[in-house]
Design a protein around this ligand. Structure first.
Ligand code: HEC
Length: 275
């Protein structure tokens, strides 16, 4: 008798013999056997000899399907030899890592526009569009984000912003996942442009060009209120700590006028320590 070999090692009659059997007395029985044969084929399609991510494997001795990287090798496209571009720091003469006030590529208009677009997407919820650190999330109780236009932030080297975006800073999460290194540099470049725009003087522009005050421009457009520095609404912005510039509590955040009192209940006599 002809046999068809199936995965699990059992042998069942060949289909052509089965078909002959269907016409005979045991039609039903053989039809069921045929279904078995066909389901066997289907199983073959299910269990394809291919690798599925994170699935175990009998091929390798350690039974891991995902292979570890080979020591002392770099995968194609992962050689990050331009350290400054990828980290924002260089090895200083002192042996420590140092930030630099330099973009790793020219700041073209295209770069600044990309930076503005990414900044408006990812940074304004906390830092606001003008970078004063009082964005919508902060107005609803998040820790005030840094005022990017204050004296401290304006004097920081440009790669500091890259570093902050890459690693996060205090209460600020990092944006390494959302922004490629190129985008992070573009945002850093845009922060510089933003700072210049918020503190431009007549000396910054070629002679003949006019620097107009934002307040006047906003007033002319009928939005006088928007040109004023704004502060946090006292009702929603909950401040755990008073605003003390010298202690690093971010700028522009007014101390809560009525700081919530923490009431510690009077303790009864302390329970005797367990012996
Ligand atoms: C979820 C809110 C939030 C978002 C979004 C956010 N930040 Fe911040 N950022 C903060 C807070 C809060 C601080 C102050 C950190 C602290 O004092 O703990 C801060 C501080 C900073 C500082 C100052 C660091 C220093 O040295 O003082 C920079 C620069 C900065 N952020 C840049 C950015 C950039 C660029 C983006 C967008 C990619 C961004 N932030 C998005 C909340 C945010």
């Amino acid at each position: 008798m002809q046999h068809l070999h199936i995965n699990n090692g059992t042998r069942v009659p060949h289909v052509s013999l089965l078909r002959r059997g269907i016409q005979g007395r045991f039609g039903l029985l053989t039809a069921m056997a045929a279904i078995l044969v066909m389901s066997g084929c289907r199983q073959d399609m299910h269990n394809q000899p291919k690798m599925i991510p994170q699935r175990g494997s009998d091929f390798f001795a350690d039974h891991r399907g995902a292979r570890p990287q080979i020591v002392n090798t770099v995968a194609r496209g992962q050689l990050q030899s331009d350290t400054y571009f990828y980290t924002g720091v260089v090895q200083g003469a002192s042996g420590y890592r140092e930030e630099k006030d330099q973009l790793p590529f020219p700041a073209t208009m295209e770069v600044l526009e990309r930076g503005q677009e990414r900044f408006n997407v990812y940074c304004t919820p906390c830092h606001s569009r003008v970078g004063n650190g009082l964005g919508e999330i902060v107005q609803r109780g998040y820790k005030p984000a840094a005022n990017l236009n204050d004296q401290v932030r304006r004097s920081q080297p440009i790669s500091h912003y890259f570093y902050v975006m890459t690693h996060g800073y205090g209460a600020m999460p990092d944006y390494a996942e959302q922004l490629t290194p190129e985008d992070r540099w573009a945002v850093a470049a845009y922060i510089r442009a933003l700072q210049l725009s918020q503190a431009a003087t007549q000396a910054d522009v070629p002679s003949g060009a006019q620097v107009r005050d934002l307040k006047d421009l906003a007033a002319e457009a009928g939005h006088a209120d928007y040109a004023q520095p704004w502060s946090l609404p006292a009702s929603t912005a909950v401040q755990a700590l008073p605003h003390v510039n010298s202690e690093g509590n971010p700028g522009n955040a007014p101390a809560n006028a009525n700081p919530p009192k923490i009431v510690i209940p009077a303790t009864k006599t302390a329970p005797a320590a367990a012996k």
